[in-house]
Write a protein that binds this ligand. Sequence first.
Ligand code: AMP
Ligand code: MG
Length: 418
Amino acid sequence: MESKFSFLSTLETMGDYDPDSMPVEQARQLIQQFLAPLAENESINVSDALHRTLAADILSPMNVPPHNYSAMDGYAVHSDDLATAPGRLAIIGSAYAGRMFEGHVAAGECVRIMTGALIPEGCDSVVMQEHVQVAGSFIEIGEGHLRGQNIRLVGEDITQGATVLARGQIIRPAEMGLLASLGLSEVKVYRKLKVALFSTGDELQQPGTPLAPGQIYNSNRYSLLGMLGELGVEIIDMGTIRDDKASLKVALLDAAARADVIITSGGVSVGEADYIKQLLAEIGEVVFWKIAMKPGKPLAYGKIGTCHFFGLPGNPVAVMVTFQQFVRDALRVLMGQQPKLILEFQATCISPIRKAPGRTEFQRGILSQDKNGGWIVHTTGAQCSGILSSMSKANCFIVLPVSQGNIEAGSAVRVQPF
Ligand code: AMP
Ligand code: MG
């Protein structure tokens, strides 16, 4: 069979190779070409902003710190008095965080000061309390102190007008605190991405109900709810749809009308009840539907109107792998973020692995360090794409490239930690 992707021609002699399936990296790049951040944004409270994405740069409305503050518990002094130390200074009052010393401090005087208190007028240095001797209402200071010491200067952390956070930044706990530290209570974010989700399969049963012969529990719905939940999208959970072409068509059209993205599981292979790809071609467009990867070969990407469509395979492991390798980054771009750099490094594989050339494999691995600190990895065992416990046991993917054959114990492999 002749390939419709010319770049595949060199792969055609390989064992596990399907001429119509697209290499992983090309599929990633192809999807990216269809993606642009959502156009709409909204202002929300910083307290509600976890996992949202900034839709505009944040310029600091103020200096941080806004004034000069003490970095230590000690005594605020005039640096001329430090220059002439050793010496004796009169304590004329106290300054606390949030309760400033109101008067002026002259040469020969000092003020007891706590960390975070405003530096009193006339002072420009703080001597740590551990470095003075208190004698009644006086302190004795020794030599060796520096002008300006132990003061957090105005604007030292952030100057007014500086770009603190850039558009596209995901808001994590640190960003929530940072925004609040600038006095901002509201923030402009992209609106939530709406993702419609349904599973297909006549055999699927909801957990919590008994299984009839031939039925299995719908696990994909839950692993997808979890992976989507981590991204902070608005989920439109449409449950399970039967393997019936008319019902699937209604569900797809309904989802396309309500969501920015549709994710389905199952029904994308070439069995008799696998209608998803046919329907995508009928009511939208298919960009590709097979990827040269394992698990996850049938993976449809296309569009229904302006809605992005990801038809994930039915096998539970394949669902998680394809989501993590393709869908997650695509959703991030739609949400206004940058795709994340995939962290990948080399480890020594301590178990042999069987693999036929022709597809990129994402085996589930357990990564650890040997006694010399080197990274070692072994597989979780059987790699059938129905064994969801392998995803639970694993802490990394072992990524085996297309042309790779069997692997002997002790070989170097690439790993992607979760
Ligand atoms: P399919 O792609 O629909 O042919 O499904 C491939 C395999 O995955 C079959 O063994 C299905 O029973 C199984 N499967 C499909 N959907 C789910 C699901 N939601 N949860 C668990 N297993 C599923
Ligand atoms: Mg099915």
